[in-house]
Design a protein around this ligand. Structure first.
Ligand code: GDP
Length: 388
């Protein structure tokens, strides 16, 4: 499916940059346009692939290109005041050719955390296409302010988008990795999962197109449950037909190969669902789902997808589980993407909200104490007068 990507804030911009790299690498064709919005000049300058004319600096009058710190209320105010500047950039893209908008932001910071929900609200008022969010949750050790920002942004963002796709940095970080190196790897994980899904709805592989290929309307229908979504992905290296040494040695054994392709696909669907999701949740709480088989056509077992789809129906108790293929002719991997939409049983979100509430109470208490202490520090018991 064709998307207009808008990265808000530093993390949003970096992930959109990475989406462009990935789209080019797999010849996916799902990025119609990419825009980056920020209050910090240096963050925009650090991008590599978003075209310069699509990098929008907002809030110059308030923060003069220096960013908003981690103040997401200021981020939201600036976005509100300067939304026309973002709109000017969007006016230059062919919006009639896109299937949806995707607004990407780190939810723990300031610019993206505050600005992304404001932009989503604006886009939904103007355009008929769905507006999706991709929200990145902070790691738990980033501290109270990031958690509080994320909890407040989450609450607002989910209300303003047609569906909020969530990725939890906490689940995906590795011990011993530098922050920057860690984000590079994490960003690749993000775009591989979401990118494959969106590319699947944008197939233009000539002869390989079969009836069972996923269509953008199936992705849109799955996401139309609203609420929040998560993705699972599993893959395996396979022997491709072009290097068909194995089949020529073992003779004509099509039945056996078909059976193993079916079994492989069924187990990939299970692995994708029960393995690490972008946002861990109780799979049974999903409202809708989509299973996409990816890889060389000869490995895309229809029966395997169908069995996987039925298994997911049983797991979720939902009658709205769709399934389809995304043929990648020259690939040497076959995989399964599982999109779970409208999930409601998500312990991480409960925990985020609880920690944020505690952080808010502690912050208010510390502020009140500091005010009292300062008052007693400067209080001279009426002995001394101020100058004026
Ligand atoms: P903003 O520029 O004010 O919107 O704030 P940032 O985007 O820099 O940071 C917000 C949050 O995003 C941080 O708390 C991190 O959790 C996360 N973050 C920052 N950079 C990256 C990145 O490159 N990738 C990912 N996945 N998360 C990031």
């Amino acid at each position: 499916m064709k998307l207009a990507l808008i990265g808000f804030g530093q993390a949003g911009g970096k992930v959109v940059d990475q989406f462009l790299t990935y789209d080019g690498a797999i010849d996916g064709g799902f990025v119609e346009s990419a825009i980056a919005v920020n209050t910090a000049t240096t963050d925009l300058q650090g991008l590599e692939h978003v075209p310069r004319e699509n990098r929008v600096l907002i809030g110059q009058a308030r923060v003069n290109g220096h960013g908003v710190g981690a103040d997401n209320e200021l981020g939201a105010e600036i976005a509100e005041a300067d939304v026309d500047e973002v709109q000017h950039a969007i006016d230059r893209i062919p919006t009639h050719e896109i299937d949806a908008f995707l607004v990407v932001a780190g939810m723990g910071g300031g610019t993206g955390s505050g600005g992304a929900p404001v932009l989503a609200k604006h886009l939904r008022r103007i355009y008929t296409q769905p507006v999706y969010g991709l929200g990145l949750l902070p790691a738990t050790d980033e501290g109270g302010i990031y958690t509080l920002n994320a909890a407040r942004s989450f609450r607002t963002f989910v209300r303003e988008v047609d569906n909020l796709l969530v990725f939890d940095n906490d689940v995906w970080r590795s011990a011993g990795e530098s922050v920057e190196g860690g984000y590079d790897r994490i960003n690749r994980e993000i775009v591989e999962r979401f990118g494959l899904l969106f590319a699947a709805g944008e197939v233009s592989h000539g002869d390989d197109v079969a009836e069972s290929v996923v269509d953008s309307s199936e992705i849109i229908n799955t996401l139309s449950s609203g609420g929040i979504s998560t993705i699972g992905y599993a893959s395996e290296t396979v022997e491709t037909n072009s290097g068909g040494l194995l089949s020529s040695l073992t003779g004509d054994d099509d039945g056996f190969e078909e059976g193993s392709a079916t079994n492989r696909m069924t187990s990939l669907v299970r692995k994708a669902t029960l393995g690490r999701l972008t946002l861990p949740c109780d799979v049974g709480s999903a409202d809708r789902g989509l299973v996409v088989a990816t890889g060389p056509s000869e490995h895309l077992s229809r029966k395997g997808v169908e069995r996987g789809r039925q298994w997911l129906e049983d797991e979720t108790g939902s009658m709205e589980i769709r399934g389809g293929d995304y043929p990648i002719p020259d690939g040497d991997e076959t995989g399964a993407i599982v999109l779970l939409s409208g999930v409601t049983d998500v312990p991480r979100i409960d925990q985020l909200q609880q920690v944020a509430t505690e952080a808010k109470e502690t912050t208010e208490q510390v502020k009140a104490n500091a005010q009292d202490e300062f008052a007693s520090l400067v209080d001279t018991g009426g002995e001394l007068d101020a100058l004026f």
